[in-house]
Design a protein around this ligand. Sequence first.
Ligand code: ZN
Length: 211
Amino acid sequence: MSQCCVCNKNIISDLFFTPDEEHPSYIFCDSCYRALRELSQRPSETEYRQIDTLFSDFARNTHIPISVRNVYRNADDTYWENKDSAQKYQDLYNRAIDELLLTTGSHFEGYKVTKYLDIISCEIIFKNSFLNSLSANLDDFFTSLSFRERELSGSMEQIERAKKHVMAQFRKKAVSLGANAVLGIDFESTFGSDVVKISVNGTAVTVDKIE
Ligand SMILES: [Zn+2]
């Protein structure tokens, strides 16, 4: 098992970034690599400070070759654009997200769980136009079926979009942990007075095909 040279986290998946080809044993985990890339996208001051905190020990650690540490110092657009490996990493990341196995059940046919990583959850809260119009037009609501159907389908569409959005975040979270599968996926919708909360949770794992 390899370790990230910035945060020392164990890297379980094959998803890591090698900052310097001369020193292939120094690798960045998914989170540190993403934080580094944030720097090239001109983050806000708060984001910048968070990233800087993450990297400050790494930048000071003289056991790490200077060429590896320079990746942090040179994290600008030109640097990343010229790196083929950054693109390779991105492709690998996207593929891992596409290939992530998801189930509401507790196992996958033909696979065995090799490691339980963590319970992950994501949520989204949004204003619901259907509920807004419902409270404003309560008297009309039951008499006007066409109104109801129209609003309801609009609302369903909104919920579907929210679900898609939250699932995309969820997949990213799982892949960042090194998971290639998530078990026991559970969606929950909570309706407030004029807001809806959609949340999803599950157990991130690594699985292997049973030979
Ligand atoms: Zn790391």
